[in-house]
Structure formats: structure tokens, C-alpha cells
Design a protein around this ligand. Structure first.
Ligand code: BGC
Length: 759
């Protein structure tokens, strides 16, 4: 084994001393840059390439495994030819891997350990789509904070989250992992998550590096089929897809991950325009980009590289800094530089980016900082669960509540809880569950039993299994389409109960990566079961456990109360009971449209008008002849047990310019009998633009708490910045002209006013 050069040791000691003496100076940008340059100057080409290599450390694979055996991986770690590992879980395991580097390699550059901590590490929070329905940014920051602490407790210092892919297609399995169809909402949620993970100081032991992913356009996969081709024009790319990423870059996210898809013929991993021109140059972002799992060699399948070597050349030149388990950089990047095909400066830039993040995390000061058993000892998982319950309750969306069936009255004597997901303790944990244990959620039956008074009987019947119990990556997923043996018992129970709570929806693994579906109706026998139960009892509350919008037109017409409970995580059943019994008055709003029929997908409220907006009287307009073209439940929609009434919308003026803002004011009254929270939403429409503009776009929202009978006047300040878009000049700017302002409780039912912007 080669001994570390004395100069390196001196260099590192001087870093540590400098840090101890003056931490304020040590965290300054200049100081980090100086350290990065000093380390880089000492590195060999092979060591530099090593920093750009990421190995998988377990069998928790999300794609084809690398060709290297574990012995060879270990040897490469010892030589310092690896910059990062993912899926190494536990303080002991990360410590061991770090030791291989620290005890054996010449440069002793610590590893950074990544993991998919998407909605919690051990304490599981609602899937991101569900949590976004809370519109509660503080809550979302807090769940990320907790996830960060629990991650550090297991040696992890880098999460591959948040996923900020705008997604408008319910068929796409990964819609569960993002914030839905709106660029603004996705942006602010992304920033809240980044703040939660990273805090104010990345070197704090309890913060971890975040990843803005997947850069870019991944949510626009054709026909909602995961990994599929994306055809995205420049206008849509800039106006709808990139804003959340720009916001993440501005918020100081440490890393980006690129995406599997191509856009207009160029895979993102090989896309220089996206990664270099926009992200690294225009936005001047200094972190590093990790490829998605194997996405560098996947450019061979895409058909733009003939082998790994060419794929490496394309990827590094395009700005992909780290190769996640692709084995491409490690096998060919040094050779490409030696042959003069890739410029050393390009590799140096990538390495500097990786080192920068490592310095910021404080890894050079203490490589074992995130492998500290004391962190776990200090965690109160019980407290985390309490927070998870509150956030889960806030994420629930009430879609329908006829006859005031909800909240369930204390006088109800008997409740039948029916359905394949009623006592399912696993579905609510959802996909991308990190170390959330299988079958560890509070089920709906359990939650209801805890919540009811002693005079109410609660009985459960399965009705029919959903059937997708296969947790592996193997196909096909088995759905029960034939076994009705539980129907009789369920029907009998419904007949003899005062109220039925039907719990239907999706299994944990129906949504998520690779889980695209051409059908989004209730799978298997669930619809049939619902219809049978309805024949014997009209008092049905339908609770949906889901990772995507579902097609529920029949239920919407026939079932008096519907609650969207997503996959709410560890405390699911308790949170659902909190809402069903009125302990928490629902305040969630849909972050994504629920369609009438799957054939409407992709479906989103912020669509364009077209040259032929719908006209019910005539056939040659943009619509469907067999179904209305709008959503069954639109973006931003959600009811409360309170009643919110909106007064008229008034503006502080009708003319605006770059020096002048306008205030939009509206009064909201709670005309109901209970206190409640309303998410008041602000939308704008640029009526005439140099390119076509959406019919409306969310630009702000406020959470307003109102006691019964209380009225509050809410003001939104409309700034010139809010009016900017990526214009025909290919820059972000405001164009003079008329604008509509809309304010209301969802994207469809809105009060409006107009103003003019003059240059
Ligand atoms: C996913 C990423 C994830 C990575 C590592 C990929 O298949 O697309 O989102 O972070 O695997 O698990």
C-alpha cells in the first residue's frame, strides 16, 4: 500500500487547524474553493476519475447491477478510486466503507453516502404527492428535517430527494414521488424540502445534502410510460419544467440528478444544453450532477453511443459529473483524457464540484462525522411519529361530503370497515419507503377502533383482496380479479351496520418507479365490491389509499362521501380517523387533477386555450365527444367541514409597471359551525403574449385559519416578477398587456379582476 504523501497530511492538518481556529472563515466560499483547489492539485488522473464513480453497496437495486464483483469494488475503495456509495445503510457499514478509504488510500478523500430518503427514513411521512396536498410548507420542511436526522442516525449524508419533476399524467407511476402538475407549487415545495434536509449549514452534523431530480423533463414521459421518450418544446421546457429546478439551484441545493429520458432526441445525461448551458452557466450553480442509475451506459440503448467509452465522453462533456453505478467513467474516462479525446479541465471541473460538496458537509474535517452512534440515541422516534400523524392529517383531501356524513357522529352505533386496504398495514407506507418497515403503518381499522367512543361497534370485513402482495421487482404484479369469496361476509356486515367506511385504492407498489399503468380505475374487484355494498347501504364513506389520481367517476356520482388519503405513512390509520371523526378538520387540496376518464391524461389545469376552446354546441372544438374535457376534481380542490365564502376581489389599482405592485384583496368568511383552514389560491392569466400562455397559473397561496363566523381579509401582492415568463425573445421577462387575476379555493371556482401592465 502506498503511504499518503506528507504534503497531503500537512495540507489536511492545516485545514483542520484552520477550521478549529476560525469556523466563520473556514465555511466561507473562498476558503472552500482554496481547499478544493489544493486537494485537486495533488490528485492523479485515476484518483480524479475515482471521485466521479459511485458504487451501489447493497442489493436494494433500482436497475441492473454493475459488472464489478464486491472484492474488486473493495479494492477500488482501498485505492481511493471511488467517490461515493449509495444504499450503504447503518453507521457501522458506512464507517467500515469509509475506513477502507481513510486507512488505505493515498489521498484519503472521504466518501459521501447517498440513499433514496424520499418521504422519511424510518418514520414514514405521506408520499410526496400526498404531502404536497397539505400545501403546508412548514410541515414539509419539518418532515424533511426529521428524515435528515433519521438518515444521519444510519450513516447517510446525502438524499436523492426532492423529486421536483412536474407531472401531469396519472398513468406515470412516479407521479407519487413529486408535487403534481403545477410548476409554482412544485418549486416552493422543493425549496421547503431542501431547507429541511440541508438546514442553513451543510456542515451541521444533523443536516444532509439534498438532490434536485430528475433533470429534466422526466415527468413528461410519453403516454405516462416510465423512461419513455419525451418530446418537449423549448417554451414548455422553460415555462413548465425548469422553474422548480431553478428555484432549487437558487436555494443552494447541493446536488442535481439527471434523468433517464431523452428530450427531443438527446438523453438528459448527454444533454449539454440542460446541464452545462442552463444549469452550470446561466444559473451559475456550483454543485455536482449525479447521473441516474446507469443512465450513462443507457445512452447505448438510447442509440447515441456505441459503447461505454463513447457514452462517457458524451456524458462528461455534457456536464454529468458522477456516474451512478454505470461503470462507464471508471472503465474509460482516464483513457479518454489520455487519448486527448476529453479535456482534463472538464474532468477537473467535475471533481471540484464533488469535492466542494464534501468540504461543505465537513467530511474533510471528520470523515466519520455522519457515522456517529450518539445521533440515534438522541432521537425520539415517538416524537417523530406524532409529527407524522399531524402531517398525514393535513395531507388528506375531502372530495365529497353529502348529507354531512362526515365527520362521523358520536351517535353512530355501528361502523363496518370494509375493503382490501381497510386493515392493510403496508399500503400506506408506499413505495420509496427507505427503511420504513413492511406492515408497520397504523391501518384504517386500527385507527377507527382507537378513535370511536365505547358505544360504537366497529367491525371489519376484507371483501376481496387486491392481490398485489409481491414486493420484488419481478413482473407481473398479481391482481385478484376472480376471488369473490369474501363478498358475502362484507355485504352482510354492510347490511347490518349504520355506516360503512370502504377503504379502496392502491397497493404500496402500484405506484413508483417502473409502475406506470394504462388503467387508473380501482384495480381488481374493488369497483364491483363497492357497487355491491352500495346496494345494501347508502351511508358509505369511501377512503382512498392512493399514490396517483384515480378514476372514480362512478363513486363520485354514487357515493356520498369521498376522502383522498393517499399513502400517508406510518401514522396513516390514526390520521384518517382524526379526519373521519372531526378531530382534524380536513384542509388538504389536490396538487393534481383527478380525471373523469384515464383517456383525458395528461390532464392539468394550467393548459393552453388552443385556437378552439370548448364549445358544447358544436363538434369541431377542442374537447371529447364522449366525456367532458375538464377534471372531475380540479387542481387545488378540497372541502372542509367548515364553509368558506369568498367576497368579491378588489385590486389596489388597475395599472401596473416595473416600479409598481398591485395588491389583490379578498375577504373570506367561515360560514360553518367548526373552525377550519382554507388554502386561498392566487392565479394569474397573461391574456395576450408573444407566445401562447396558459389559461391560468398559480402564483401564490395562503393558509388561513378561521373560527366559525370569523372573516379575514387576505392580501396578495402581485409583483412584476410574477408576470414574467420565457418569451419569444427566449428570456424571462414581463410583457406589457392585460392580465386576469383569480382568487379562490380551487383552480375552477374563482373570483376575478383585471389589470394592465405597462412598460
Ligand atoms: C431512480 C432515482 C434514484 C436512483 C437510486 C433510480 O432508478 O430513478 O430516482 O435516486 O435509482 O436509487
Amino acid at each position: 500500500m502506498k503511504k499518503p504523501a506528507l504534503s497531503i497530511i500537512i495540507l489536511l492538518i492545516s485545514f483542520i487547524t484552520a477550521n478549529a481556529q476560525n469556523s466563520a472563515i473556514s465555511s466561507s466560499i473562498e476558503n472552500v474553493e482554496f481547499k478544493v483547489d489544493s486537494v485537486l492539485a495533488k490528485m492523479t488522473l485515476e484518483e480524479k476519475v475515482g471521485q466521479l464513480v459511485q458504487y451501489n453497496g447493497s442489493w436494494d437495486l433500482t436497475g441492473p447491477a454493475s459488472e464489478l464483483g464486491s472484492k474488486q469494488k473493495e479494492n477500488n475503495l482501498k485505492k481511493g478510486l471511488v467517490g461515493s456509495m449509495l444504499n450503504v445503510l447503518s453507521v457501522e457499514a458506512t464507517r467500515e466503507a469509509q475506513k477502507l478509504i481513510m486507512d488505505n488510500s493515498r489521498m484519503k478523500i472521504p466518501l459521501i453516502f447517498g440513499y433514496d430518503v424520499i418521504h422519511g427514513y424510518k418514520t414514514i411521512f405521506p408520499v410526496p404527492l400526498g404531502e404536497t396536498a397539505s400545501w403546508d410548507l412548514e410541515a414539509m420542511e419539518l418532515s424533511a428535517r426529521i428524515a435528515a436526522i433519521e438518515s444521519v442516525a444510519e450513516g447517510i449524508n446525502w438524499t436523492f430527494s426532492p423529486m421536483i419533476d412536474v407531472s401531469r399524467d396519472a398513468r406515470w407511476g412516479r407521479i407519487m414521488e413529486g408535487s403534481g402538475e403545477d410548476p409554482y407549487l412544485t418549486s416552493v415545495v422543493g425549496v421547503a424540502k431542501i431547507k429541511g434536509y440541508q438546514g442553513d449549514d451543510l456542515s451541521d452534523q444533523l443536516t444532509i445534502a439534498a438532490t434536485a431530480k430528475h433533470f429534466a423533463g422526466y415527468g413528461f414521459a410519453e403516454a405516462g410510460r416510465d423512461y419513455n421518450t419525451v418530446n418537449l418544446g423549448e417554451n414548455e421546457l422553460h415555462n413548465s419544467v425548469l422553474p422548480p429546478f431553478k428555484a432549487a439551484a437558487e436555494a443552494g441545493v447541493a446536488t442535481f440528478m439527471n434523468s433517464f429520458n431523452e428530450i427531443d432526441g438527446i438523453p438528459s445525461t448527454g444533454n449539454k444544453y440542460l446541464q452545462r448551458d442552463i444549469l452550470k452557466e446561466d444559473w451559475d450553480w456550483k454543485g455536482f450532477i449525479v447521473s441516474d442509475w446507469g443512465s450513462i451506459p443507457e445512452m447505448i440503448n438510447h442509440g447515441i453511443a456505441k459503447d461505454k467509452k463513447q457514452a462517457s465522453q458524451i456524458a462528461i462533456n455534457a456536464g454529468s459529473d458522477m456516474d451512478m453505478e454505470g461503470g462507464a467513467y471508471e472503465s474509460s474516462l482516464a483513457e479518454l483524457v489520455n487519448e486527448g479525446i476529453v479535456d482534463l479541465a472538464v474532468v477537473d471541473d467535475a471533481v471540484k464540484r464533488v469535492l466542494r460538496v464534501k468540504f461543505k458537509l465537513g467530511l474533510f474535517d471528520d470523515p466519520y462525522k455522519y457515522a456517529d452512534p450518539a445521533v440515534k440515541k438522541n432521537i425520539s422516534y415517538e416524537d417523530h411519529r406524532k409529527t407524522a400523524r399531524t402531517i398525514a392529517a393535513k395531507s388528506i383531501v375531502l372530495l365529497k361530503n353529502e348529507k354531512d356524513l362526515l365527520p362521523i357522529k358520536a351517535s353512530v352505533k355501528s361502523i363496518a370497515v370494509i375493503g382490501p386496504l381497510a386493515n392493510d398495514k403496508d399500503a400506506p407506507i408506499g413505495n420509496w419507503r427507505a427503511q420504513g418497515e413492511a406492515n408497520s403503518a397504523v391501518s384504517v381499522v386500527e385507527g377507527i377502533k382507537i378513535a370511536v367512543g365505547k358505544d360504537t361497534k366497529v367491525k371489519y370485513a376484507l371483501g376481496a383482496t387486491l392481490g398485489i402482495s409481491e414486493r420484488s421487482f419481478l413482473l407481473p404484479l398479481e391482481i385478484n380479479k376472480t376471488d369473490r369469496s369474501g363478498f358475502k361476509e362484507a355485504i352482510e356486515l354492510a347490511k347490518n351496520s349504520e355506516l360503512v367506511v370502504m377503504v379502496l385504492g392502491e397497493d404500496a407498489f402500484q405506484a413508483g418507479e417502473g409502475r406506470s399503468q394504462a388503467k387508473i380505475s380501482l384495480a381488481g374487484l374493488q369497483q364491483e365490491l363497492l357497487e355491491e355494498i352500495k346496494k345494501v347501504n347508502n351511508n358509505i364513506v369511501l377512503v382512498l389509499i392512493n399514490g396517483r389520481p384515480l378514476e372514480i367517476s362512478w363513486a363520485s356520482e354514487n357515493i356520498p362521501a369521498i376522502v383522498v388519503a393517499w399513502q400517508l405513512g406510518t401514522e396513516s390509520g390514526n390520521a384518517i380517523a382524526d379526519v373521519l371523526f372531526g378531530k382534524y378538520n380536513p384542509s388538504g387540496k389536490l396538487p393534481v387533477s383527478f380525471p373523469r376518464l384515464v383517456g383525458q391524461e395528461p390532464l392539468y389545469y394550467n393548459q393552453k386555450n388552443t385556437g378552439r376552446p370548448s364549445n358544447d354546441q358544436h363538434v369541431t372544438y377542442s374537447h371529447y365527444t364522449d366525456v367532458k374535457k375538464d377534471a372531475l376534481y380540479p387542481f387545488g380542490y378540497g372541502l372542509s367541514y367548515a364553509q368558506f365564502e369568498y367576497g368579491s376581489l378588489s385590486l389596489s389599482g388597475t395599472e401596473m409597471n416595473s416600479e409598481k405592485e398591485i395588491e389583490a384583496t379578498i375577504t373570506i368568511t367561515n360560514a360553518g359551525k367548526v373552525k377550519g383552514r382554507e388554502v386561498v389560491q392566487l392565479y394569474l392569466q397573461d391574456i395576450v403574449g408573444s407566445t401562447t400562455r396558459p389559461v391560468k397559473e398559480l402564483k401564490g397561496f395562503q393558509l388561513v385559519d378561521l373560527a366559525p363566523g370569523e372573516a379575514k381579509t387576505i392580501t396578495f401582492t402581485i409583483t412584476p416578477k410574477m408576470l414574467e415568463f420565457y418569451t419569444a425573445n427566449k428570456i424571462w421577462e414581463v410583457e406589457a398587456g392585460d392580465f386576469n387575476v383569480f382568487v379562490g379555493g380551487n383552480s375552477r371556482d374563482l373570483k376575478s379582476a383585471e389589470f394592465t401592465f405597462k412598460n
